[in-house]
Design a protein around this ligand. Structure first.
Ligand code: F6P
Length: 504
């Protein structure tokens, strides 16, 4: 059994360093050191991160790295990337990185390649009109039904890459509220539609229920359509999909050791490939692989996922901060907050350690957010003057695809202005500063500026792998399993019991 992290001397050292900030302000840290921005900026793959608006100095940083080493972070990272069974309660690997960098084992590499070729081939056939419905009509709409990791990641990336480059419309349905499926089916013609059910387990109630209704819609006409032409599935349990009548050639599989919230790199990425093409999907994986290589090889002191993860620990455990916000300053990244909510809250919302003992320390914070600039006119009052605070990630894009240069510059400047206001408060306003109590913004609220060169597949891949690995880093420090989600089971079982009682 491992010692609790809070009993380590490195933990106590950090408690001391935390106290040393009591008499300082973030504004003064930023003002005094003109070298602060270059010193606390880091690059990895295509991502650049300016971390200068954090409560860090050399001593704290060294202490955070010492804690990472004391927790054997490098060994745990190697175990994760080497495909060891790091998901201890489910006795399996969490080897999503193998989907982006082929593993050494040639037979496994071949299998993964074959699985990828199959779903990318299907996507390409749809895009080039080689897939026809059972009446001979070309398919123009694919409705993807999934929930959680089988929806959020594919949906985020499909939106992030902009307008589809092919002729097929891709729509997503996750909610069991009938409105979402009805909206997705609006304007679609059954004879020109494929319903793709994406579910790792193929037992998820919402997905199966929406699939049932969508099948009825396919068959609403007097002449039913052949399901072999209009249904597809992505799953780790192909037998279950086959059992409900999906043609084996339209079932795309992925290994059981890919967790749901880490599955967009597998056949679950089918919607991305349909909307944007197989090359975009491969670039996405290449960007993520670049981030994995950085995570695997860079020294901890320049390792971006490690540094971001350690800052997460710093605020949760030493500043008692229970929330972290993410504000993507790009409309196409509007689904980043819900995606990160699942990634981080399902992975880090844990109350026992890897040995099953109740934790004596806090773990994952509430993750929340909204797209900027919209968020500035809703939640930023809290960010600047709330009685408790939430560190934030401002995700910005250097080169927007939109041709309106002026609005893109405005977008970028807005993110930086908000980050400065959070850090320094109104102290830097000069003559415009108001002394009225209600107008004072105290500052001292940390944030990260995370920049992508462009919203292209490679950069998006690197960004999402960065967030995945940062999540893992925190789990190692806290000694929790980032890859299970037993808490969700309680609600699922109670729902089933209730439905059974009601003879649903
Ligand atoms: O209930 C939680 C969960 O298991 C998530 O972890 C998962 O992403 C989601 O449900 C959907 O699961 P599946 O892909 O098996 O339908």
């Amino acid at each position: 059994m491992e010692t609790s992290p809070s009993e380590l001397p490195q933990w106590h050292a950090l408690e001391e360093w935390r106290r040393s900030f009591a008499s300082r302000t973030l504004a003064s840290l930023l003002k005094v050191d003109s070298n602060r921005q270059p010193r606390w900026s880091f690059s990895a793959a295509s991502i650049h991160a300016d971390l200068s608006r954090n409560w860090i100095d050399e001593n704290t940083f060294a202490a955070l790295m010492a804690l990472a080493r004391a927790r054997d972070l490098e060994k745990m990272r190697d175990a994760l990337l080497g495909g060891e069974a790091v998901n201890t309660t489910e006795h399996r690997a969490a080897w999503h990185s193998a989907l982006r960098t082929p593993p050494h084992d040639p037979s496994l590499a071949r299998t993964l390649h074959e699985e990828q070729t199959l779903f990318l081939g299907f996507a390409e056939a749809l895009r080039t009109g080689r897939i026809l419905g059972s009446t001979g009509a070309p398919i123009d709409t694919v409705v993807c039904i999934g929930i959680g990791g089988s929806d959020l990641g594919p949906r985020l990336v499909t939106e992030a890459l902009g307008s589809p480059t092919g002729p097929v419309r891709v729509r997503f349905v996750s909610n069991i509220d009938p409105v979402e499926l009805a909206t997705a089916l609006e304007g679609a013609r059954p004879e020109a539609t494929v319903i793709a059910a994406i579910s790792k387990t193929f037992t998820t109630l919402e997905t199966l229920e929406n699939l049932r209704v969508a099948r009825n819609w396919l068959n609403a006409d007097a002449q039913p359509l052949d399901p072999a032409h209009h249904l597809a599935a992505v799953t780790a349990h192909p037998d279950r999909a086959a059992k409900i009548g999906i043609h084996p050639k339209r079932i795309f599989v992925f290994p059981d050791w890919v967790g749901g919230r880490y599955s967009l790199w597998s056949a679950c990425g089918l919607p991305i490939a349909i909307a944007h093409g197989h090359e975009a999907f491969l670039q996405l994986c290449a960007g993520a692989a670049e981030m994995d290589t950085h995570f695997a090889t860079a020294a901890l002191e320049s390792n971006l996922p490690v540094i971001l993860g350690m800052l997460g620990v710093w605020y949760v455990n030493f500043w008692n901060i229970r929330a972290r916000a993410v504000f993507p300053y790009a409309q196409r990244l509007r689904s980043l907050p819900p995606y990160l909510q699942q990634l981080e809250m399902e992975s880090l919302g844990k109350r026992v350690d890897a040995d099953g003992r109740p934790l004596a320390i806090d773990t994952g914070p509430v993750v929340w957010g909204e797209v900027g600039t919209t968020a500035q006119h809703s939640v930023f009052q809290f960010m600047h003057q709330g009685t408790h605070w939430s560190p934030a990630d401002f995700v910005v894009v250097a080169q927007h695809a939109a041709s309106d240069e002026r609005r893109c510059r405005l977008l970028h400047a807005s993110a930086l202005a908000q980050a400065d206001a959070m850090a320094s408060g109104d102290s830097v306003l000069g003559a415009e500063r108001s002394t009225a109590a209600h107008a004072i913004a105290p500052g001292g609220r940390p944030s990260n500026i995370i920049s992508l060169p462009a919203l292209d597949a490679r950069s998006v891949g690197a960004l999402l792998a960065l967030y995945e690995q940062r999540t893992f880093v925190q789990s190692v420090i806290w000694n929790i399993n980032a890859f299970d989600q037993w808490g969700v089971e309680v609600g699922k079982k109670l729902l089933q019991q209730r439905l059974d009682r009601e003879r649903f």
